[in-house]
Ligand binder design. Sequence first.
Ligand code: DX5
Ligand code: ZN
Length: 225
Amino acid sequence: MNDRNSRALKKILSPSILAADHAALADGLKIVQDNALEWIHLDIMDGNFVPNISFGPGVVKALRSRDDKLFFDTHLMLARPDKYIEKFAESGADLITVHVEPDYPITETLCRIRELGKKAGISLNPDTPAEALLPYLDIVDLVLVMSVFPGFGGQKFIADVLPKIEKLAQWRTERGGNWRIEVDGGVDSTTAPLCLAAGADTLVAGTAFFKAPDKPAFIRLCQGE
Ligand code: DX5
Ligand code: ZN
C-alpha cells in the first residue's frame, strides 16, 4: 500500500466472509488463514443504505480476538458511516472503506479514519461515475469499485464497470497515486482476469472463494499468477 509505483502493487485476494457460514464465522476465518491469505473482507450492512443487515463491530472484534495477523478490510455499507468510525477502529479494522453516495461529511470521515491510524477507502456503486471520487483521491489508500449493487453476495458481475476501473487506473498513473483499486461483487474465475486486465490490484470474492473446489488455483488466478 505504500509502494509509490502503482504498477508494482502486489495483487491481493480479499475473501468476503459474508459468504461463509454465519453460524460458524470462526471456521470461515480459519479457511482464509489456512490458505495463507493476508486480507479478509468484512461487509457491514445497515438495512438503510443497503436493503440487508449483516453484522456489526461486535462481530469484527470477536473475529479479531481469533486472529491478530489478517488485514481486516472493512466495507461499511452504511447511510451514516461517520457515526461508527471509532467503533470499527476499536474493533480491529485495518482498512475502513466508506461509500461516496450517502449524505455525510466524507472528507472529515476519511481524515478521521487516518487520524485513528487506519487505512481509508472510498467506494462507489455501479451507477456512480468515477468523477464522484475526484475530491477524495488524494486522501485515500484504496478505491473500492462495486461490480454489483451492494447488499447481497452471489450476484452477477456487472461488466459495465470495467471502463470505470480502466479510468481509475489511468488517473492513478497520471497523478502518481498509490491507492489500491479493489473490485467487489461477482468476482469469479471468469471475471477476476477481466478486473486485473482493467487495472485492479485487489479483488474481493465471497461466493467464488468459499465454493471454489480448488482454492489454491483460484487464489493464484486472483493474484495474477
Ligand atoms: C456486496 C458485498 C460483497 C459481497 C461479494 O454487498 O459488498 O463484498 O459479499 O460477494 P460475492 O463475491 O458473492 O459477489
Ligand atoms: Zn464488500
